[in-house]
Ligand binder design. Sequence first.
Ligand code: TRP
Length: 337
Amino acid sequence: MTKEIAVSGSRPTGFIHLGNYLGAIRNYVKMQDNFSCYFFIADYHSLTTHYEAQNLPQLTREVLATYLACGLDPQKCVIYIQSEIPQIPELYLLFNMLAYKGELEKVPTFKDKVRSQEQSGRSISAGLLTYPVLMAVDIIVHRATKVPVGKDQEAHLEIARNLANRFNYQFQTTLFPEPYGYNDGSDLFKVPSLDGSGKMSKSATNPNSAIYLMDDDTTIRKKVMKAKTDAGPTESNQTKPEEIQNLFDLMQLVSSSEIVQHYETQYNNCNIRYGDLKKQLAEDMVQLVAPIRNNIHDLMKNEEYLKKVVRDGAEQARQSADATLQAAKKAIGIHYF
Ligand code: TRP
């Protein structure tokens, strides 16, 4: 049986944190055995809001090294950089003719970005409006059906399904299947931030709220020890306030079940010492992050290897993308002699 096709990408806009790892990349690693996977770095997408591209080379290499350090295996999946696949912008041009201005203006992430761009006095580019078209093309260019992304991407996936269907209908073809979000259950949890509320995010204003895969052991310990706590429970089996629940949720993600149980019992008996809990949480995070970080550092030094990975990946991705592009052009009627 042929495997289902999966695609996902990350914009190279900053360091990758524990939330990205536990919520997304760890999923990719599991998927590479059961799906035909394409994982890429969405460098064109980062130009929609940050046209100043001087940091792109460093950021792109970092995402690439992080993918590999976390366990993506170029023998099992196709790893590439979006801008190295010229079929993507070509198909994007064709799909821009099918996408409606009105449907793109309604996308919640577009509205949010318009608000923040305008606040900082920046104009809204046509590229920002058509961000979902480019993302749809990233997916359907490989005729993928599975897209491991967070819930925040649902509106983009809906556009991708609409565009796939619209193309099929308009040109009387079945070329494009509908892509859907995919999670194997691990996306049902959120990875909480360390500053008491919300989820871990790279845009948070508090730099201590996220643990980055590049953080050294001391930084990890410092950030965890600074996490907000309360005065402690006063009654047994009391419900936990958000900042305490978040620490337990994080512990659930990185510590053994015995350890979690130990602190649960202490909490319920009102004899918990948050300092001890945080020390344990920090150590378990260090255990998880340190080997990945060391891998990232080693890989960053091995430029030849990184180059080879994306050279081979781009070749495979171009092959798959070209087959789709040629079929799409043919369906439209762009084949003259
Ligand atoms: N929009 C996605 C994000 O912000 C990144 C992305 C671009 C993507 N193209 C994609 C994700 C294709 C999955 C598939 O996270």
